[in-house]
Design a protein around this ligand. Sequence first.
Ligand code: SF4
Length: 451
Amino acid sequence: MAEKFILVRPFYGINIHTDAQGEFGTVLHSNDVFPDLPLITAATILEQAEDYEVEVIEAVVGKMLPDELLSKIYISSFDTAIVKTTAASFKSDLEVAHRIKKNAPGCTVMVAGQAVRVMKDWIYDNTDVDVVIDEPLDLYIYRYVYGADADMNDLPCPDYTLVDYRQYIDDYNNVRLTLQASRGCLMGCRFCPYVRYYDHYEERDAAKVFEDFKTLASLGADVIQFRDQFFTCNRNRIKEFCRMVIESGIKVRWICETKLDSLDRETVDLMKEAGLFLICFGVESGDKKILDAYSSHKGSFDDQKGGIEYLRSLGILTMAFYVVGFPEDTWETIETTYRYADSLDSDIVAFNEYCDFDLSGIGSITPDVFASFENSILTGRPTNLTREEILYAVELFHTMYTLKREPLKRAYDYNHKLVLHNRSVASEISKYEKDLISMSREIRVVDSKRF
Ligand code: SF4
């Protein structure tokens, strides 16, 4: 008889991009609903293999709260359940796993995501979870099914028809699906959560990437977002992919994330012709000493500013990421970062609170290290600025940046409204991390008062 899996991605009233930050996940202050690519790919592997069946329960897309999710799971029949966790929802995810196990003690319950990898020993010692998956879920499932390690070319094109993929809607109402043409990064910036999880850089052949792209286009994706950490690490391969897209005549807009200094004008021209409309890149800090301390090398493509201007001249939007609150940061250095961001003038910015993803060397850790429903890791290591100061700066920088470019109302709507909502949900529901029924009730109460 076929072994039946259910893959579960819970939802707690707060939008979390679960495969961001190297699968630690990120609380989003936007309405973008992102798929979890390793989860969909894992489901595809199971679907395509003999002797396995799979059901994906995507609470995120239907905004299904934990009480409904558990009811749905309780009436499902399965042999193995896998709960995809994030740092922000860690305690509640483990509670979902516990409830599943309690209701179906004969079944195997697994948990996945980078947060469970770092908490592996604690989970085995303190919960009834059967298996902690301490690597990307798709790689684990491939080995489970085929008894061999997968490389990027072994992984199937994610089968989005396994879920209600039309619900993966971005803030502009586009159906946005994700792909990966490579995984990992050769750079090794010390603060990077991705390189801790994807421990080496690997590429998928350009022809396969093109086939994946074609498949998602045929499903009606309005936008395809590449979730690579360093999309243009190998420019020749990307140029090959772009030529295939151009020759095919497929017109789907796409997004990638890369290092600005890996680009040149010829590659960018080709990417634009193939449909690139938004490029995301890390700038991280305006303070060179801090970048050096973290082995984070940023710089040319016409020294960043020239590159951004060139991209703008082609009509390609730019999104720059900055980190605020490195332990070495002071008011002066974060102001330098803000001024530098302002001078670069990317179309979109994300100022993110620094997170110390290296949890080694801080003694025994408990789930309290993850701030509930926030993007914070609370290691207690010394920093020059307090957390309140950093959060103040993050929000202020977003507002100042937007206000200089947009009307006040839009700056408020875009930067503050969802932050407020998320905070109010977080403060209500963090009291109920072990009581998912009361948590669901509280989320409904907060949601009913929304805006
Ligand atoms: S360049 Fe980006 S993806 Fe690569 S290690 Fe640095 S932060 Fe991580």
